[in-house]
Design a protein around this ligand. Sequence first.
Ligand code: DGY
Length: 335
Amino acid sequence: MPKSKVFITRHFPTKLEQLQKIATIEVWEERQPPPYTVLLKKVKSIDGLLCLLTDQIDQQLIEAAGTSFKVISQMAVGYDNIDIPAAIARKIPVGHTPGVLTDATADLTWALLMAAARHVVEADRFARGGQWKTWEPNLFLGPNITGATLGIVGFGRIGQAVARRAKGFDMKVFYTSKQRSDQELEKDLGVEFTAFEHLLQEADFVTIHTPLSDETYHLFGDLRSAQQRSYRQFKLMKQSAILINTARGAIVDPEALYQALANGEIAGAAIDVTDPEPIPTDSPLLDLDNLIVTPHIGSASRQTREKMANMAIANLIAGLKGEQLPNCVNPEVYL
Ligand code: DGY
């Protein structure tokens, strides 16, 4: 039987032997993602695509795929870069990697929360910059983390893992999400379901763990509907509050975030994701000392990335064999 043809859009953190048994593999070896035009050409002649969240897999690209094209497998849990309705229309299954990155992402959320609260990044710059002259009673004061109130926006796997960690800090934890979790889970995690706006008003730390969708786009500070929302989300928050975002950049309007941080509407923010990504080097956000930015490294533990890669390969192999993907985003394609 002829081997399948596969295109992988970046060098992968795992071995490809299993895949090599059934497929001829072409890997995009550059550090930057393949240009859209390259992808558009590739999909015409391959059977499967292994992609990343930096690849734009839109309707045009999916429609351009050749007749042998069978599967899209993404090494990420999020898939907002892929046009799922277009994939359903072409009956192409889309795989993703849920679960394995939950703890790593929750860990980074906590790293950012604590770093922002206790000015870790600023203090490091201060010490290296020769400004550390003596012990000072008022130097880099931040809020207590222990005993504070945490607000979790979005309560899927990662939101829950963040809540689990909050137990060690004796925090009061509110969460908001489309659907209320079952009461046993709430009790186990010691969390209380509440409305989004109440959460914003009460929380000392607000952390975002919802997927990006039409509903959550610029959920914080939507400028497009200024009449109704304006920067209301930030205005509702405490002036001492800190925002953490390890979900997707576009959930927060960057201009609104800038205004909120520069005008002292909130005390600080720590973001692992930006809109756009990467953050432009001339973004005014980068001039602010009360903002920490990391380059989308939520899942970046060695073990996690290897698990993600293996899961993505398992999805790809299943798709090439015509089997149901172990982790499929659009099971409608099998109906
Ligand atoms: C994802 O998987 O969606 C993260 O953003 C990257 O690991």
